[in-house]
Design a protein around this ligand. Structure first.
Ligand SMILES: [Mg+2]
Length: 433
């Protein structure tokens, strides 16, 4: 692969700026450092498809502070791009991508699409083209992004511990996993312990636990106490080494955050996410409480930012009030995560990047690759699930053990389309030359 010259970089930068300006995303001109080196891949897309695949979650996942049940199954839109060299790129696809958006890529080359990432990401997502570039050049995506394989593996966490013990109430019937291990009759502690046991069995050593039961499910006081009881149980059950982050989905009030930090500092929470709507002044107050109580807890937020050009993202990153920046993997795409990473380095507050990724397998794969290509990556969010059907074949195994993900060096993102199963695909949009 040839790296572009400075002139190419400037040209690419100008093109990206134009593309973003035309899609209304541009707050300030794009800079060369914000772009990945664009590989020269003169492969033309002859056919593109937006397909929907489904994953079974390991159990019915309960609700959070905003809704009652996440469910037992999740859907994911993917983009399949057929190259004129016989290789097939597979990647994430924006949920809202229309027939016109899918048709936009047909007839264009991979390099062209990657150079136009601003426009492409606004319509679809560049990840299928990075995948096709990798398959064409026989390189994993992280290498194309200028990264190296992390020999230790990429740190990961399980993001699927919801309000598990409230599920019987929310579903209106007694909840019991068929393979329940703790008791014949469910106690709320059993539901939590079973969820954590499953997390541990998957090789995780860190989980994000949803809190904020007082926002929707219970009274404020009962909800807060139940949050604390669940966290105490997890700490006791999984041990002191187990990493616990919490996410209130903006369901706490400032006084609840202060209460949790002051009264339950011994829970040793690694991060607190979306406790309240992100706001620099409020986060300064929370950082002050953390300092006063000599806690090591980090503040995490950012999943609500529209993209890396969101003015709120710039304000928060520059303020240094959020330690873990969580721009969404598929809203930001590879290019926006690089920009977020660069903004954090420039701001000089040692904030780190942990993209938000709920319910998406390609979003997980994208995080693992981008983790190897930026210097301030924190941890990747995984939402366990098993693919229904046989449309995709793993070439990289993405093994998770000891809280880290390893074995992701197959070409591209490590996922192949099984063309034999293509007839069974749920096609949402398709375009061809
Ligand atoms: Mg969240």
């Amino acid at each position: 692969m040839s790296h572009p010259s400075r002139r190419d970089f400037l040209k690419t930068s100008a093109q990206a700026a134009t593309a973003l300006a035309t899609t209304g995303l541009l707050a300030s001109p794009s800079r060369a450092a914000d772009l990945w080196p664009i590989p020269e891949v003169d492969v033309k897309i002859t056919r593109a498809m937006k397909i929907e695949v489904e994953y079974d979650r390991p159990r019915i996942v309960a609700g959070n502070s905003q809704y009652r049940v996440a469910g037992g199954r999740r859907r994911e839109a993917i983009l399949v791009a057929f190259g004129d060299n016989g290789k097939i790129g597979v990647g994430a696809c924006n949920g809202g991508a229309s027939q016109n958006d899918v048709a936009y890529v047909v007839g264009k080359t991979v390099s062209q699409l990657l150079r136009d990432h601003g426009a492409v990401n606004a319509k679809i997502c560049t990840s299928a083209f990075w995948d096709l570039a990798g398959k064409t050049l026989d390189q994993p995506v992280y290498q194309l992004l200028g990264g190296k394989e992390n020999a230790q593996g990429v740190p990961v966490y399980d993001g699927s511990i919801y309000h598990e013990e409230l599920l019987p109430r929310d579903r209106g019937s007694a909840y019991r996993n068929p393979g329940a291990t703790y008791a014949e009759r469910a106690g709320w502690q059993d539901a939590i312990k079973e969820a954590i046991d499953h997390t541990l069995r998957l090789g995780h050593t860190f989980a994000k636990v949803k809190i904020g039961r007082g926002a929707l499910h219970l009274s404020r006081l009962a909800g807060n106490y139940q949050d604390a009881a669940v966290l105490e149980l997890i700490r006791q059950h999984a041990g002191n080494e187990f990493g616990i982050g919490v996410d209130a989905n903006n369901g706490y009030r400032m006084e609840d955050v202060v209460w949790l930090l002051k009264e339950h500092g011994d829970l040793n929470l690694t991060f607190i996410e979306e406790m309240i709507p992100d706001n620099v002044n409020d986060y300064r107050q929370i950082q002050q409480v953390i300092r006063e109580h000599k806690l090591k807890t980090l503040v995490a937020d950012g999943e609500g930012w529209r993209n890396s050009y969101d003015p709120l993202a710039a304000e928060i990153i520059e303020s240094g009030t959020v330690d873990i920046l969580q721009g969404d993997m598929r809203a930001f795409h590879f290019e926006g995560i690089r920009r977020e990473s660069n903004m954090a380095i420039e701001a000089g507050h040692s904030s780190r990047i942990a993209p938000h990724n709920w319910g998406n397998e390609f979003g997980f794969l994208m995080q693992i690759h981008v983790a190897c290509a930026i210097e301030n990556f924190y941890r990747a969010e995984q939402d366990p699930g098993t693919l229904r059907g046989e449309l995709l074949v793993r070439k990289s195994t993405y093994d998770i053990a000891d809280g880290r993900c390893r074995n992701f060096s197959a070409p591209g993102l490590g996922m192949e389309l099984n063309t034999k199963a293509l007839d069974s695909a749920k096609v949402i949009h398709e375009a061809k030359l």
